[in-house]
Ligand binder design. Structure first.
Ligand code: GLC
Length: 741
């Protein structure tokens, strides 16, 4: 055979081999870590560093030479944010980037329904997928420590067990679409004031019992593919590169194999970013909201400065490979996941999901004489009062702000629901915030009203006197200083003189119903002067319909509070102990100590015997429920055993409804101070009139344990324990004493 033919045959043979063998990193059937190792072996040092930091406001580069795509992130926890310009916060001006605005996560938590959480994650995941996003910057699970925190509306309440149970289905369902969750803000970001320069001092027991569990559940049970570092400091290290939080706890103790993403502008130092666990740097040189340098990406801490350290030996390749490997794993799970479908955007299913989440999360706080639901009396005269009945709430509040394709406002929802039944009139009642723009997204509303407060109240009162029912829709809004990122509220009370309006309405009409739209507890000095109060959250695109569904009785409310409403701010542990928002040090850092320790929320109220305005876990229904006796399959428990509690619950009313049965555990005699009781189980049970179901809870020693900082371990001390079946933290229905041997 001529030499030429031999060479040709050899060349063909090589070509055949190379095309037959897909490079390992592209083989989705290969083990993930093998793919990562293969990709790393093909990448240059510069390519490895390049994927560790942003190249635009919301995306980071891939490795084009190897066909590894860039990674696209987007806010936020309640919907997929509108497109911004490559290098700026303002709008890109697209016309195909509207979304469904889902209810805020406080509403999701108030549903106490993990199935609803899965529906939420699936729906928002489909929207993110359709919009081409690989990482959704949410959900947030920071514990509700103070009612002044501007971002509580983005989180899941005051109890670590409730937040843990509710975050896991969201993360799993979201990621089932091939879109990564980025659970935030890890950790101890429990208020917004001075968020970039606040250092938190906290004892280990409080850290592990209260502030870490929801993040741990998201990682270990939810399988979160990314975590967002918080702005604040812990032990005087910024959380975006904090050795203990990221290396020791997240990656060490919890075995997190994903990527740690900085909050936007949360990285501050190259050596710390290299050594202390940051993997993907975004938003440096910005305040995370609205300013920042342009095209500064090469100057990022994990950019040229990192390359310099690798070149001169101050940084090692092993650490670089670990970081780049985590980012590659995130890319393989998302952008390079060929099993992804195509998602869907603004579908009827997503609107239906938003409405259902709202319907299950709205909380009926008070309903004297069953003034609700509104009767369907033909010719009924209903007056709606309040700015929040007509104000769009999907725009504003910070990074969770959305360009919703539609937002049904409360007045519109109520009018639609009562069409043909009642006349629905409106009075402004007060003027609060007439702006309506955030980062270039505008509501298009003109809410200006030049009338005085007295004139506005006079109009509302006059109309109220001639109405059969008055529905006041007020509360807070997404303006800075209310429910908004980067700021905290200055007080517990309602703004804009709403208390005066409510008092005047209550005097004018005994059937005045208050609908509080907020992401936080508010003071209610008029609580006994109105027969009904509804906590309505920020409900997103279907808000007006959900509110109308509950007010008219189309839906029987079943939500319960995920956080305590204190009567006074001083009744809250963080404020009673007096260290919020921290003391300014000479170095410009606000130093704050969580002096109340584990006594957060109802734990504080119980242990200090302070009656709340409305308790954690409180929520009424249009039917009634009776609880039977709490029993158990044993009265003694071994350390490695379990105990199963049972309690029958009956719908004693005349319409179907759902009741959230809560199980708390009390350890009355312990070597350490323990809260009077702690939530360790819940179940939302749906019952027809007259129906009884037995709810069971099986718990083991972990539900009896406290975190022992001395041994860095969870400890359940033998002795007497009490299980409490409750309808709310202040509504104990039955108890059962048992012993841990
Ligand atoms: C913001 C927020 C964070 C958000 C990020 C990107 O400052 O703290 O939650 O995802 O920056 O907008």
């Amino acid at each position: 055979m001529k030499i030429r033919n031999i060479l040709t045959a050899a060349a063909l043979a090589v070509f055949a081999v190379s095309t037959a063998e897909t490079p390992l990193y592209l083989d989705e059937n290969a083990p993930l870590d093998a793919r990562v190792a293969d990709a790393l072996s093909r990448m240059t040092t510069a390519e490895k560093v390049a994927i560790l930091h942003a190249q635009s406001k919301f995306c980071s580069p891939g490795v084009a030479r190897l066909g590894i795509p860039e990674l696209w992130t987007s806010d936020g926890p309640h919907g997929v944010r509108a497109e911004v310009k490559w290098d700026e916060w303002d709008q890109a001006g697209w016309t195909n980037d509207s979304c469904v605005a889902f209810p805020a996560l406080t509403c999701l938590a108030a549903s106490w329904n993990p199935e609803i959480s899965a529906l939420y994650g699936q729906s928002i995941g489909e929207e993110a997928l359709y919009r081409g996003k690989d990482v959704l910057l949410g959900p947030g699970v920071n514990i509700y420590r103070t009612p002044l925190n501007g971002r509580n509306f983005e989180y899941m309440g005051e109890d670590p067990y409730l937040a843990s149970r509710m975050v896991v289905p969201y993360v799993r369902a979201l990621q089932s679409n091939g879109v990564a969750a980025c659970v935030k803000h890890y950790a101890l970001n429990n208020h917004e004031a001075n968020r970039h320069n606040t250092n938190i001092n906290i004892d280990d027991r409080t850290l592990y019992e209260i502030y870490l569990p929801a993040f741990k559940a998201a990682v270990q049970e939810g399988g979160a593919w990314s975590i967002m570092g918080a702005y604040n400091l812990y032990r005087n290290e910024h959380n975006c590169h904090n050795s203990r939080m990221l290396n020791d706890i997240l990656k060490g103790e919890w075995g997190f194999d994903g990527a740690v993403i900085s909050d936007w502008g949360g990285a501050h130092d190259t050596d710390q970013a290299i050594a202390n666990g940051l993997d993907l740097e975004f938003g440096t040189w910005t305040n995370g909201l609205n300013n920042g340098r342009t095209s500064a990406y090469d100057t990022y801490f994990l950019a040229d400065p990192y390359l310099e350290r690798l070149a001169d030996g101050r940084a090692d390749m092993a650490t670089l490979d670990d970081k780049a490997g985590r980012v590659l794993r995130l890319i393989f799970r998302t952008a390079m996941n060929s099993h992804k479908s195509f998602g869907s955007l603004c579908s009827d299913e997503h609107y239906a999901a938003a409405r259902r989440i709202g319907n299950e999360g709205i909380v009926l706080l008070r309903n004297e004489n069953n003034v609700l639901p509104l009767p369907a009396t033909p010719g009924m005269r209903v007056l709606v009062v309040g700015e929040n009945a007509i104000k769009m709430m999907t725009v504003g509040g910070g990074s969770s702000s959305l360009k919703a394709q539609r937002e049904i406002l409360p007045l519109d929802g109520i009018r639609a629901a009562l069409t043909g039944i009642a006349t629905v009139d409106y009075a402004r009642g007060y003027v609060g915030d007439v702006t309506g723009e955030y980062n270039g997204v505008t509501t298009g509303q003109d809410l200006t009203d030049s009338r005085s407060a007295a004139e506005l109240i006079a109009e509302a009162v006059e109309k109220a006197r001639n109405a059969d029912y008055v529905i006041f829709v007020g509360g807070l809004n997404k303006l800075s200083g209310q429910d908004a990122e980067d700021t905290d509220r200055a007080e517990l009370g309602l703004p804009y003189g709403q208390d005066d309006v409510i008092e005047a309405l209550a005097q004018a009409n005994p059937r005045t119903i208050v609908v509080n739209v907020s992401g936080n507890a508010v003071a209610m000095p008029w609580v006994d002067k109105v027969p009904a109060i509804v906590q309505a959250w920020y409900l997103g695109s279907e808000g007006g319909n959900s509110i109308a569904d509950v007010l008219t009785g189309r839906v029987n409310p079943s939500g319960k509070l995920p956080f305590t409403f204190p009567v006074h701010l001083a009744d809250n542990g963080a404020h009673a102990m007096g260290d919020y928002p921290g003391t300014l040090r000479d170095d410009g850092i606000y130093d704050q100590t969580y002096r109340e320790g584990v006594l957060v929320g109802y734990r504080w109220h119980d242990t200090r015997d302070i009656a709340p305005l409305f308790a954690f876990g409180h929520g009424l229904s249009y039917t009634t429920f009776a609880y039977g006796e709490l029993t158990a399959d044993r009265s003694e428990l071994n350390a490695d055993g379990t105990i199963t509690f049972s309690i029958p619950v009956t719908n004693t009313g005349s319409r179907a409804g759902a009741e959230i049965v809560q199980l708390y555990i009390s350890d009355p005699v312990a070597s350490v101070m323990r809260p009077e009781k702690e939530l360790k189980g819940f179940e939302k049970v749906y019952l027809e009139p007259g129906e009884t179901k037995t709810v069971t809870f099986t718990v083991g020693a972990d539900a009896l344990s406290f975190f022992d900082a001395d041994t860095h371990s969870w400890k359940a001390e033998p002795g007497a324990f009490k299980a409490l079946a409750c309808a709310a933290a202040d509504d104990i229905r039955s108890t059962y004493d048992f012993t841990l041997r």
